[in-house]
Design a protein around this ligand. Structure first.
Ligand code: SF4
Ligand code: SF4
Length: 391
């Protein structure tokens, strides 16, 4: 993340996930970045860092699509590298071989024949220059890989507004340990600072974005699939996310980690600050995404910056969305309770014996981990009366 030279971001159109098309478009995508050979040398172990948030079919657009993973792995093999797929799932899922195997299968990755990481190991490493964390637990296979290629998907995110190149690196922290980061870093600004620390520490050599179909609305798991029709690539995750924001019509300054990176002069301010290489007119590639409903809450809070510190608890309560459990949709699986850093979700039973999640809202820090990890879209985000009036 260094803006002394304009970062090169490559974008090509790719309308669907057919195998040949993704493979051909991927080769074109990497041409402006000196091709795969610029990143992978013969014999190197190459970690392909997926988005493997939870067990969801490729059509649900939650995780990196298997055809993108396959095409990148084939290119790495061609360059003489040894690719393997790796990620740690969301906070409610243990980083254990058994659960990883199930996720690979559900996400359509097991069938590809690419080696899959099931190593549960991680190491705690010092981060002396970290903005907010000075030590971090990182998956051992990522630390031991010769090269890391980041393979995020373009999705909205209730807490961070966008999840793409930078946020995807949070998966380098194993399963349940993510909960602790949410618990310690409660504000979006603190959490965003930590995300920059992770991305700078587990530095991917290259990011290739699965933007063929993304997710809009209440992402990263509860939104709706949206055709974007692009693949994107860059060596700078911050600049990559800046371009993606512009592409889907989100102001980058509404994404907490990009706002911080802009303050630190690590993120472009204008699209002209990027060396964009596209196969079509930039404007014609743009597809507006519906933002997560939390984005307008952050806009309202940002409208009163001087009041923010004095009245933070009240503003947090009034201007951020509160999670609510839909009793009709809830199946009582408990994933939300496992993910909640404040441990304020308990499982209760109706008089008929049906299990459901109950949120003791008083201590809710609005991190939306419950919303992110619910596989049944049973956590809905609701506005307060004041929020509705002012909005
Ligand atoms: S709200 Fe969702 S994650 Fe929580 S128990 Fe119900 S179905 Fe499971
Ligand atoms: S209940 Fe509140 S604190 Fe717990 S996971 Fe959901 S949003 Fe976060």
């Amino acid at each position: 993340m260094n803006l002394n030279a304009k970062p090169v971001i490559s974008l090509v159109s790719c309308e669907d996930y057919s195998r040949d098309k993704v493979r051909d478009r991927l080769s074109e995508l990497l041409e402006p970045l000196s091709g795969i050979a610029g990143f992978v040398k013969p014999g190197q172990r190459v970690a392909l860092k997926l988005n493997l948030l939870l067990g969801a079919s490729p059509e649900q657009c939650v995780c990196t699509h298997p055809e993108v993973a396959r095409a990148v792995a084939e290119l790495v093999l061609k360059a003489g590298g040894k690719p393997f797929l790796v990620d740690s799932p969301g906070a409610a899922i243990p980083h254990k071989s058994f659960f990883l195997q199930r996720l690979y299968e559900k996400c359509g990755l097991k069938q590809l024949g690419i080696p899959l990481n099931t190593d549960e190991g991680y190491r705690s490493i010092p981060i002396p220059h970290g903005r907010i964390v000075k030590r971090m637990e990182i998956l051992a296979p990522l630390l031991e890989a010769d090269v890391i290629i980041n393979l995020p998907k373009v999705k909205t995110h209730s807490f961070m507004i966008l999840t793409c190149a930078v946020k995807n690196m949070f998966g380098a922290i194993p399963g349940y340990l993510k909960v602790g980061y949410h618990s310690k870093l409660k504000s979006p600004e603190q959490f965003g600072a930590m995300l920059l620390d992770v991305a700078e520490t587990v530095k991917p050599a290259l990011t290739i974005v699965d933007g063929i179909k993304g997710m809009e609305g209440e992402g990263p798991s509860g939104g709706n699939p949206k055709n974007l029709g692009i693949l994107a690539a860059g060596t700078d995750p911050v600049a990559t996310d800046f371009v993606i924001c512009k592409l889907i019509g989100f102001p980058p300054e509404k994404v907490p980690y990009l706002a911080l990176a802009q303050k630190e002069k690590l993120c472009p301010s204008e699209i002209s600050d990027v060396d964009l290489r596209t196969d079509k007119e930039w404007e014609s590639l743009s597809v507006k995404f519906a933002p997560p409903s939390t984005m307008s809450g952050k806009a309202l809070a940002g409208f009163y910056p001087s009041l923010l510190n004095i009245f933070r608890p009240f503003i947090n309560y009034a201007f951020t969305l509160r999670p609510e459990v839909s009793r009709e949709k809830c199946v009582g699986c408990g994933a939300c309770a496992s993910a909640c850093p404040e441990k304020i979700i308990e499982m209760r039973k109706t008089t008929g014996g049906k299990k459901f999640a109950y949120i003791k809202r008083r201590n809710c820090i609005r991190c939306y981990c419950c919303h992110e990890m619910c596989p049944y879209k049973a956590i809905v985000l609701k506005k307060s009366l004041l929020y509705r009036l002012l909005n």
